[in-house]
Structures are given as C-alpha cells and as structure tokens.
Design a protein around this ligand. Structure first.
Ligand code: KG4
Ligand code: ZN
Length: 334
C-alpha cells in the first residue's frame, strides 16, 4: 500500500492556494496567497480583480507548495482542483493551471466541489465518523450536509437568499466596518450590554433551510429609522443583536438535524465557523447532547487548498478521475 500525495489547487474566490496532502489526512505544505487587501476598498470581492491576481499568483503558489513539501511532481499521485462553485473567471485559472500541470507531468486530474473541500478540512484535524452532519457556513454558502459515508453528500438545508457570511459583510458595511466584516461584528458583539432584538427567521416547520436577507433588511431599517430620528445607535448593540439572531437559528437547526439524522459526529466549516459566538453556542449545545462536535483550526476553516487535496484524495481512492475537458463550473451542484 503506497502513500498517496495529492497536489490541491484552489482559486474559486479571492485566495490563490496550493497544497500537498499525504493520504488525505496529513498536510505536507499549505500555501495561501490572499487578495483581501486589493478588494477591501470596494467592500467586497471584485471578480475581474480576483481573476487577474490568480493569473499572477498561481504558478508561484504551486511552486511554493512543492518547494515547502520538498517534493518534485514525480512524487505526486494526482492533482485535485476546485471545479466549482465560485467565480467563473477565478475558477478557470485554477482549472487551467491544474490541467497544464497534470498534462505536463502525466498525472490524473480530479475536480473537487468547493463545499466538499470545506467539509474535508476536518479530516486534516481529526478522524471523520459517519453518519456525519456538516454545517458549511461561509461568505458564499450556508448549508447543512448529511454524509452517510466518505464522498457521499446530501444537502438537507441551504440558504434561500444570502449566505450567512454575506449577511455579516453587508451588515458590517452599514456599520462602517472594514471588509470582510464578520470578524469585526463578532468582536463588537462581545462588547454589547443591550443587544437590539432582531427577528429570528425559521421558515416553515421542519425546514432546514435558512434565510438571512430579511434579518439584514431589519438591521438596515433599524439604522435608517434611528438616523431619521437623529438617534445615536450603539454599533455594538446592533452587532450583538444581529449575531444573536444568526447564532440562535443556525444552532437550533443544526441541533434538530443532528437529532433527526441520528449522526455520530457534527462538524462545522467555512469562514463563519470562526465566529466566537457561534462556536460557543454549538459547543455548549452539542456537549449537553453528548454528540461529538468539531471545528477545524481557523486556517483550515477559511479557503485553502489543503481541504481540496483532502477531498480529492477520497475521490482518487474511489477511482474518480477528471479529464482535459474539465471546465470551471460556477453553479456546480454537490
Ligand atoms: O470560507 P471563507 O473564507 O470564504 C468563502 O466564502 O468561501 O468565508 C469568508 C466569510 C466572510 O463573509 C467573513 O466575513 C466571514 O467568513 N467570517 C466571519 C468571521 N470570520 C470570517 N463571520 C463571522 N464571524 C467571524 N469571526
Ligand atoms: Zn469557501
């Protein structure tokens, strides 16, 4: 039984990333070039700017990942790349780099779903136990995914409008906080003594779907009304009120799904999984329930290529292979 070394490549949004992972569990190298500084002044990711940065960075980042791993391409078993979902121009840079690399070095290529990557970040930190429930919560996604076994994904709930991170970023913008706003709201929320009472959006009885745009509008209305009355709002109270609503709904739905699907493990992934309020709430509830709950370390929660290599390794072991016709798929389904 030979060891499997997979080169992962991720360019779906605003991080250019490459990584080498051994046997789907062990990070050998993990390089992430962030573009956040270039997008900051626009208050969000500008797709055209993202693509240009990816083009400039991708070759260097791949070389750096191999160098840090002290490996040459001949030591690799396969190349795994984010095929979708994401920004089409950004995805194409990674997919084409992966195709060129795989062709030049005669390696198999594997197309990975970005969310499968976020989920498999957990396998780089601890063993995954099935059946498993994953809460994927980021700037682009809010999903509850049920996994019966490795490589099997069933989306049981998803956002019907904004992703949680997107709502965080938009609310942060109205509070004049820098992009990305999630961490700033998180920090402010902990300074509040009198959180504003914003609505909880539950949707229909029994639904595991989410909706955050109504909550976002409530925050905007609140700010607007206060301004019209000439009242000073306390940003920490708005931040805390907004965060309380998100945390309460996300925690309750995740708990209910874990119960209904009788899972043996719950994991969280994606940038918003770094949220201190959400982490504390989920940890408390699942400890009380006695269901093992994990969140990977922060650097694996946000976009990276080690998670893509980890998910790609499972596909590789299942015999799944892509080919040179691979394309970026912005709306790729799980
Ligand atoms: O997973 P990620 O790096 O990128 C994707 O969207 O795929 O997630 C980024 C998102 C941003 O919306 C950011 O504001 C949010 O994660 N975020 C947070 C926190 N840290 C990052 N949201 C709430 N609380 C945080 N501490
Ligand atoms: Zn992501």
């Amino acid at each position: 039984n030979e060891d499997i070394y997979v080169l992962g490549i991720e360019t779906s949004c605003d991080e250019t990333a490459a990584s080498v992972v051994k046997n789907g569990t062990e990070i050998i190298s993990n390089v992430v070039a962030s573009q956040i500084e270039s997008h900051k002044r626009f208050g969000g990711v500008v797709p055209e700017i993202a693509s240009r940065h990816h083009v400039e960075q991708i070759t260097l980042v791949i070389e750096e990942a191999l160098q840090q791993a002290e490996m040459t391409p001949t030591g690799l078993s396969a190349v795994a790349v984010t095929e979708g979902p994401g920004l089409v121009g950004a995805l194409l840079i990674g997919v084409n780099a992966a195709k060129a690399f795989a062709f030049a070095h005669q390696l198999p290529i594997i197309g990975v779903h970005h969310i499968a990557g976020h989920i498999y970040a957990n396998r780089l930190a601890q063993e995954m136990e099935f059946p498993l429930l994953a809460l994927v919560i980021s700037g682009g996604h809010t999903e509850l995914v049920y996994m019966k076994e490795h490589g099997h994904f069933e989306v049981i709930g998803e956002t019907r409008d904004d992703a949680a991170g997107e709502a965080y970023d938009k609310v942060a913008r109205t509070l004049n906080l820098p992009y990305p706003g999630g961490p700033h709201i998180d920090r402010l929320a902990h300074e509040s003594t009198n959180p504003v009472d914003f609505p909880r959006v539950w949707l229909e009885e029994g639904s595991y779907d989410f909706s955050f745009s109504g909550l976002k509008s409530s925050v905007l209305n609140y700010m607007h009304n206060a301004a019209q009355r000439g009242e000073q709002v306390k940003p920490e109270d708005v931040a805390a009120g907004f965060q309380n609503s998100v945390v309460e709904v996300v925690t309750a739905k995740t708990l209910k799904a874990a119960d209904q699907y009788k899972v043996r493990q719950v994991i969280a992934a994606g940038g918003v999984a770094a949220n201190k309020g959400l982490r504390a709430s989920l940890e408390k509830e699942f400890t009380e329930k006695g269901i093992p709950f994990f969140i990977p370390p922060l650097r694996l929660c946000t976009d990276n290529a080690a998670m893509i290599a980890a998910a790609g390794t499972v596909m590789f072991e299942k015999g799944i292979r892509g080919n040179m016709a691979m394309n970026g798929r912005p709306g790729m389904e799980m």
